[in-house]
Write a protein that binds this ligand. Sequence first.
Ligand code: CA
Length: 220
Amino acid sequence: MRLLLVEDDTMIGEVVLDLLRAEHYAVDWVKDGEMADTALRQSQSYDLVILDLGLPRKDGIEVLRAMRSRKDRTPVLIASARDAVEQRIAGLDAGADDYVLKPYDLDELLARLRALLRRAAGRAEPIFEYKNISINPATREVQVDGAAVTLSAREWAVLEALIARPGAVLSRTQLEEKLYSWRDEVSSNAVEVYIHGLRKKLGSELIQNVRGVGYMVPKP
Ligand code: CA
């Protein structure tokens, strides 16, 4: 999953960035509204935006309004100060999907992220199940025939991207974008290596290779 973090407070930004990376999200961090706007216009690959409202150069609400007016439906989680009720209301009315209060409760932030990502994938139920395989994105527990399977962080990231859009084919490039943020270097056959690893652990049925196009998991 690839996230855009928009936060001008360096201390908060660093804490959240560390947290999200420890959870194996690929995260790009921008510190003002103009840069957020540019990043969002240049890349369609973000799964979610964490948006501060009080930002230099361009207000968070403006960034959000611009997204929605160009039909960018990427989920937006507003992060705002506890006393900024009116801003939050304006944000939700401008097309935000949810909000968290600063200072963050980090576990709540992660839970809200998961809920939004699940809803964006058209799922309400927290566990993804396909035949004998069960996948819990909150705990990252994967079971095959009831037995736990351990995945590497990158394997998990590939699997998470695929189960976020069951029935949709993701190209290698699209999967790479979910795996890597700006700071990372991409090795050329990495996605194939992770898919190979996943197939060995989960069997060959869940992740299907659509020849010449990419990979998909079927709808459960
Ligand atoms: Ca701010």
